[in-house]
Design a binder for this molecule. Structure first.
Ligand code: FES
Length: 282
């Protein structure tokens, strides 16, 4: 059993938990994820790792309630446990395996959307811990959906840019508007963009970065079942190839990902989630 040490509701429908999982914490890296299961009959839920503390043996996860299983998970409190907490799964972020000196020469910008800020956090933390500054754009629908602002501000300082779709906080507009502004009006040049958030957001970031000529990495979070490359549930079209997010990803070249197909698959999943939700209410 994996004990929950802290459980907080950090924004509208967004929850943060610290979970005791020393083995996962001892060798996870930014970009990787875990699959959790609440009980014997529970659905397997893939969640990106938001933070980890190797000494304390804890993993921080952040999730948004999107269906029956996550609604149920949101009710867990400190002291409760997960039956399964499998990980670290997937490949670490590209940066972790790169030559540090080469990486230091690169200008990197993150574009995080909503709960996608959670997987961006460990990457930004990792870069700054290695003496590499980067810009971070965090966008959300409104003020209440901005997460980890203080934590990111403490690391990235003025390199953090916040925006809200409705203008309820800092500035009005999407993450893409901020990126356009930084490149076109503030003379920023980037060698790499890392975009993590809803599929539609990542699609539009990629359309823009293609135009701007900035190589872009996205982190995909499709429905997963086994998380080991066996079931095919998480398959994605990336260029000419079929990839499995759980073993080949979750990060991919955003300019090659077929977002429209991924969105169609997500729709089907939503329908099933809807059915599960109804079952829960029976
Ligand atoms: Fe089954 Fe990826 S979750 S192949």
């Amino acid at each position: 059993m994996y004990k929950i040490l802290k459980a907080e509701n950090i924004a509208d429908k967004i929850y943060l938990m610290d979970v005791e999982a020393p083995r996962v914490a001892s060798h996870c890296e930014p970009g990787q994820f875990v699959i959790v299961k609440m009980d014997e009959k529970g659905e397997r839920i893939p969640l990106t790792i938001c933070d980890y503390d190797r000494e304390k043996g804890t993993i921080t996860i952040v999730f948004q309630t999107v269906g029956a299983s996550t609604e149920k998970m949101a009710k867990l409190k400190a002291g409760d446990s997960f039956q399964d907490f499998v990980g670290p799964l997937g490949r670490p972020s590209e940066m972790v395996e790169e030559d540090l000196e080469e990486l230091k020469k690169k200008k990197i910008v993150f574009v995080a959307g909503g709960v996608g800020t959670a997987p961006v956090f460990p990457q930004v933390k990792w870069l700054y811990a290695h003496g590499i500054e980067c810009d971070v754009i965090v966008g959300a629908k409104n003020k209440d959906l901005i997460i980890l602002e203080d934590e990111l501000r403490a690391i990235a300082g003025d390199n953090l840019y916040i925006t809200t779709d409705d203008g309820s906080y800092v500035r009005k507009g999407m993450g893409t508007d901020v990126l356009k502004d930084l490149v076109n009006n503030q003379g920023k040049k980037y060698d790499r963009c890392i975009a993590i958030g809803p599929l539609i957001m990542m699609k539009f970031v990629c359309l823009l970065t293609k135009e701007l000529g900035i190589p872009t990495i996205v982190s995909m979070n499709p429905i997963m079942v086994d998380g080991t490359g066996m079931c095919g549930a998480c398959r994605l079209q990336v260029g000419d190839e079929i990839k499995f997010a759980c073993v080949d990803g979750p990060e991919f070249d955003g300019h090659l990902v077929d977002f429209d197909q991924a969105m169609k698959r997500q729709q089907t999943y939503k329908t099933e989630e809807g059915r599960a939700m109804l079952k829960l209410q029976e």
